[in-house]
Design a protein around this ligand. Structure first.
Ligand SMILES: NC(=O)c1ccc[n+]([C@@H]2O[C@H](COP(=O)([O-])OP(=O)(O)OC[C@H]3O[C@@H](n4cnc5c(N)ncnc54)[C@H](O)[C@@H]3O)[C@@H](O)[C@H]2O)c1
Length: 342
């Protein structure tokens, strides 16, 4: 049998998400040859030397793209550079996995999608939560009408914030680099899940603010979503949270799905009575609803590139989530509800 050629892979931005998800994912994938990375910061090159020995490093992604004849590229830079890096990689005829959010403006997202179309290459956005077993099960259960007609979704994603403790610098806290705070960073995952589970969003009202950290972007936010199908949703995100609920709750006419990321995904039936005859019938569906995610993302992406799996986290999906996030900032700034034309 003819041996299939391995896909030559490069990573742009070798910081925390590259080191936690992309690089180890490529390194363990049999269909891939991890060839090079690009990062302007010398410290990253030292770290990469320790982690990946002789992996070739470039200061600029353009040099990597012109020298290495790559097939696949991950974009793991701060948000500000997603568009330029992804377009350069697409123009170099690479398939591109770009971290979330797709970009910082809708115009950038449009240019990235046009570049992918022109190059006839795949563009996937890193919506990691769609690869957790809990959200996947929620989607299947909704398809099976396991909770009747869903009418309300609540998502809460909150932790202590990306810096210090996660990111390699404090760029997440700078408007120019990040284009938003927690409402964009954590919110984009939550918005994408809402779109994926409930369909198009036609209106948003939101409030974001720096409540605790002394930073120029928001560290906490709430969004109220109006879905095209008439359902409502609300999202709470934060970068200043102590441990508490993190996950998704979906309420339907027959039952509820409580996907507590720490405690498990459960279906709750019974009766929530206004009187005294309430009853709860809990059924555990998945004790570890955050299985998957980073550990499966690159395998999934490479299967998408190889045509073994369908591309669903498309540029269009990335743009749709960004559109809602940017509308949420407009609502927060103006104090008014913002209409969205999906
Ligand atoms: N999907 C997820 O769960 C998830 C989690 C965390 C971060 N992210 C996303 O990943 C991206 C990177 O975040 P991070 O946490 O790894 O940040 P980080 O600060 O740890 O790493 C960013 C890296 O990019 C490098 N860089 C900056 N400008 C560059 C350029 N022009 N070319 C090449 N490299 C450049 C920096 O030197 C740094 O090493 C962000 O878009 C973030 O939103 C996604």
């Amino acid at each position: 049998m003819a041996k299939t050629k391995k896909l030559r892979v490069g990573v742009i931005g070798a910081g925390s998400i590259a080191q936690a998800c992309h690089l180890p994912g490529y390194a363990k994938n049999d269909h891939v040859e991890l060839v090079a990375f690009a990062d302007p910061v010398p410290e990253r090159h030292k770290e990469m030397g320790k982690l990946y020995g002789d992996l070739k490093g470039y200061a600029h992604f353009k040099d990597m793209l012109s020298n290495e004849n790559l097939d696949v590229v991950s974009v793991c830079t701060p948000n500000k550079y997603h568009c330029a890096a992804a377009i350069a990689a697409l123009e170099a005829r690479c398939h591109v996995l770009c971290e979330k959010p797709i970009a910082t403006t809708l115009k950038e997202a449009d240019r990235m999608m046009a570049a992918a179309k022109k190059a006839r290459k795949k563009l996937m956005i890193g919506f990691t939560h769609r690869l957790f077993t809990g959200p996947i099960a929620c989607r299947e259960l909704l398809k099976e009408k396991a909770i009747g007609k869903p009418f309300m979704i609540r998502v809460r994603f909150a932790h202590g914030g990306p810096y210090p403790g996660w990111a390699k610098s404090d760029w997440f806290y700078k408007q120019d680099d990040a284009a938003g705070g927690a409402m964009l960073d954590m919110g984009i995952h939550a918005i994408d899940l809402c779109l994926w589970l409930f369909g198009p969003i036609v209106g948003v009202s939101a409030k974001a603010g720096a409540l605790v950290k002394r930073i120029e972007v928001d560290d906490n936010a709430v969004m109220i979503l109006e879905f095209k199908n008439g359902a409502l949703g609300y999202i709470e995100v934060g970068w200043t949270s102590k441990p508490g609920f993190s996950g998704i709750e979906i309420y339907g006419t027959e039952a509820s799905l409580i996907c507590d990321y720490a405690k498990g995904l459960q279906r709750c039936g019974g009766k929530a009575s206004a009187g005294r005859d309430s009853s709860r019938e809990w059924k555990m569906i998945d004790r570890n609803p955050t299985n998957g995610g980073w550990s499966t993302e690159i395998g999934h992406w490479i299967d998408v590139v190889r045509g073994e799996e369908r591309l669903t986290m498309t540029g269009k999906a990335g743009r749709a989530a960004l559109q809602v996030a940017l509308a949420a900032y407009k609502s927060s700034d103006t104090g008014k509800r913002v209409t969205i034309k999906p």
